[in-house]
Ligand binder design. Structure first.
Ligand SMILES: Cc1cc2nc3c(=O)[nH]c(=O)nc-3n(C[C@H](O)[C@H](O)[C@H](O)COP(=O)(O)O)c2cc1C
Length: 357
């Protein structure tokens, strides 16, 4: 029976434990470039013992950024600094990864600490922004243009090119962002997709863009390396995307070479009523794992070592991802190992501070 500190093998990659740093936008880039902030942010959590260290939502095109300060991999020059960061992560025994993203109708907004509202072109924002349909996320938000089929093809190609750059940078896992109301999720959800062409209405059509991205990325991403997809397993709204469709999608993604589904939720519409509580998204990871027979990561309000370990030992998920708790405590895995009596890879420089009971 695996525990939180058991290694996990995915294709040719072995993770030293089941703990992942969930992707977290830092809104700290200029022109999409990683910098010292990203090195220290991701490096600290690496030193803190995480098995998987995933860089934030990284835009595959400049128009696909959530904010002007997003990280990007739309040009080769952006590889070098990420390579330095990934080298550090790998040298310390963790697996470097990156989440590839396109913000769709949620593009060109300010960082949360500036209110998250639309950014004008004068302030570094851009127009037009694109979604599956000409419908804005919320009142007062930018009205997106409906992306045409050529535009979709360009986005699919941009994901593949960014995946190639991630490989050159030394990433050993990629996660495709198909959650939180960004472009691919906007296609999946009937709440944001009103198209009548081959990318809208039926389940097959709404999932087409995601499947095309996965297929294109899998073509350039080596067979020996794992591919993850983050989904919003439900929109938490009647008539929206839901858990049944998530299971069906996971089955299809498995056939296309996806190795793990990272099970988040929400983000399609502003008025969803989400029952936020400890581990509230775990049932999705559990169900997809069982019914699609695919590895899953559970995420969302996981904070205690016992809670995290229980999810693994009871086979409810294969990994746990944490975001906010990792911001509060970069050394969470090392402390959890002492607490649970597991083994973590303590950096030799820090050995005297972490002694198992
Ligand atoms: C500062 C911050 C930035 C985030 N950025 C991203 C992101 O880039 N991509 C993503 O899929 N989720 C993002 N999220 C969501 C987290 O990855 C995670 O799914 C969510 O916070 C729930 O986990 P938690 O309860 O452990 O924080 C972000 C969350 C936070 C707090």
């Amino acid at each position: 029976m695996p525990t939180l500190f058991s290694p996990l093998q995915l294709r040719d990659v072995q993770l030293r434990n089941r703990i992942g740093v969930s992707p977290m936008c830092q809104y700290s880039s200029v022109d999409g470039f990683a910098n010292d902030w990203h090195l220290v942010h991701l490096g600290s959590r690496t030193v803190g013992g995480a098995g998987l260290v995933m860089a934030e939502a990284t835009a595959v095109t400049p128009e696909g950024r959530i904010s002007p300060q997003d990280l990007g991999l739309w040009k080769d020059e952006q590889i070098e600094m990420l390579a330095r960061i990934f080298r550090f992560i790998a040298a310390q025994g963790a697996v470097p990864a990156v989440q590839l993203a396109h913000a769709g109708r949620k593009a060109s907004t300010a960082p949360p600490w500036e209110g998250g509202h639309a950014v004008s072109e004068a302030d570094g924002g851009w127009r037009p922004i694109y979604g599956p349909s000409a419908s804005a996320f919320d009142l007062g938000d930018i009205m997106p243009h409906e992306i045409d089929v050529t535009g979709i093809r360009n986005v699919v190609e941009a994901f593949a090119k960014a995946a190639q750059r991630a490989l050159t940078a030394g990433a050993r896992m990629i996660e495709i962002h198909a959650a939180h109301g960004y472009l691919l999720h906007e296609f999946l959800s009937p709440l944001s997709n009103q198209r009548t062409d081959e990318y809208g209405s039926s389940f097959e059509n709404r999932t087409r863009a995601t499947r095309e991205v996965v297929r294109a990325v899998r073509t350039v991403w080596p067979e020996r390396l794992p591919l993850l997809v983050r989904i919003s397993a439900t929109d938490w709204v009647e008539g929206g995307w839901d858990a049944d469709q998530s299971v069906e999608l996971a089955r299809e993604l498995k056939r296309l070479g996806v190795d793990m589904i990272d099970c988040s939720s929400g983000g399609a519409v502003p008025n969803a009523r989400i029952p936020i509580a400890p581990g509230y998204q775990v049932p999705f990871a559990e169900r997809i794992r069982r019914e699609a027979d695919l590895a899953t990561a559970a995420v969302g309000m996981i904070t205690s070592p016992e809670q995290a370990n229980e999810l693994i030992t009871n086979g409810r998920a294969d990994m746990i991802f944490m975001a906010r708790e990792f911001l509060r405590e970069p050394y969470w895995p090392l402390k959890a190992a002492v607490h649970l009596g597991g083994t973590a890879q303590v950096p030799i420089q820090y050995g005297r501070a972490f002694v198992s009971r």
